[in-house]
Ligand binder design. Structure first.
Ligand code: MTE
Length: 321
């Protein structure tokens, strides 16, 4: 049986913002431009990403090497872009690459930013993307016990959050994917509760490892990888890294994330990569790196313990899985 899920998140890409929000947006751009001038990096937005006709695979300019990159060999471009989890385009690994390039229109794109912040508005994508983008080569560990190494292109989420001026009540950040069954035909089936939602605790969102990605391998992000804007949280299982984001909401209470809602005994809110806590149906101690034959040991926090372990120092990671 299909369940029709009502949503107020169907933001048309040609969103006409009301005057208050529009003014907020202008203020935001002015403040951001001033910050950019101070940083002597020119105007806002990577020039190519400002264009509504930009295509997946076009080369991104102004990409610098970011911190925290692993020197492990990146997984092939073909594997990264044809072996995907994106249930809005089907539950198998191949469908997203077959369907998403034909049906998803990632530009023009807007993101509603709301909740416990001083600068709520519906922002056009290009107003959110800084001129200088970073390459971050991160390990990517899926809960299904396979992994990849992905050279993302993006920018720190913390930089963006600071511009929205969160209030003291902002304890968590909730992210929502587009809901549009015409562009995302998998949403015509009630496999998950749509739209896909994920959340982070505020300190996780502000951690310098957390980025929003707009590209990979130096090129504009393909639709199947979450164009035009997706989260990347490399010490957590892949399902936390939500794709094709249309809403960012700052909240006081821990948000309910899609997979924890679907199967609360199997998927938690934290979803930190942890070889010592098995999934109820399989071990998380080892993983298969896509393209390799032998399995390898999974590392605590996916190898990022030095940067993130302190955030969970007083938590029982079996309870908060
Ligand atoms: N985001 C949305 N909106 N829908 C999804 O089905 N799948 C998640 C995550 N983000 C998913 C999503 C899962 S399970 C994983 S492992 C990663 O995306 C996969 O990212 P990749 O296809 O770019 O490797």
């Amino acid at each position: 049986m299909l369940i029709k899920i009502k949503t107020n998140l169907d933001i048309p890409s040609s969103e006409i913002t009301d005057k208050k929000l529009y003014l907020n947006r202008r203020e935001f751009i002015r403040a951001a431009s001033m910050a950019a001038v101070t940083a002597a990096s020119g105007s806002l937005g990577s020039d190519l990403l400002m264009s509504d006709t930009v295509q997946a695979g076009e080369k991104l300019e102004g990409v610098v090497k970011g911190p925290y990159s692993t020197d492990e060999k990146p997984t092939s471009y073909t594997a990264i872009t044809t072996y995907n989890n994106f249930y809005e385009f089907g539950t198998d690994k191949e469908s997203p690459a077959e369907i998403a390039p034909k049906t998803l229109k990632p530009r023009p794109w807007s993101v509603a930013v709301e909740g416990e912040i001083n600068k709520p508005a519906v922002y056009h994508l290009e107003d959110l993307i800084p001129k200088t983008l970073e390459e971050r080569v991160y390990r990517h560990r899926c809960v299904e016990a396979w992994s990849m190494v992905i050279p993302w292109v993006g920018f720190p989420l913390a930089d963006l959050i600071k511009r929205f001026e969160p209030t003291s009540k902002a304890k968590f950040v909730e992210f929502t994917t587009l809901y549009d069954p015409e562009q995302m035909p998998g949403q015509k089936r009630a496999i998950l509760k749509w739209p896909y939602v994920e959340g982070l605790r505020m300190d996780e969102a502000m951690n310098p490892l957390t980025i929003l990605a707009v590209g990979l391998y130096g090129e504009v992000l393909p639709n199947q990888n979450g164009a035009p804007l997706r989260l990347v949280v490399p010490w957590k299982y892949g399902f936390k890294s939500i794709k094709s984001i249309v809403k960012i909401r700052f909240v006081e209470e821990q948000p309910m994330n899609t997979w924890a809602l679907a199967a609360p005994d199997e998927y938690g809110f934290y979803a930190n990569v942890n070889p010592e806590v098995d999934h109820p149906r399989w071990s998380q101690a080892r993983e298969r790196r896509v393209g390799e034959f032998f399995k390898r040991k999974t590392l605590m926090f996916n190898g990022y313990a030095e940067q993130v372990a302190h955030m969970y120092a007083n938590m029982d990671l079996r309870t908060y899985f």
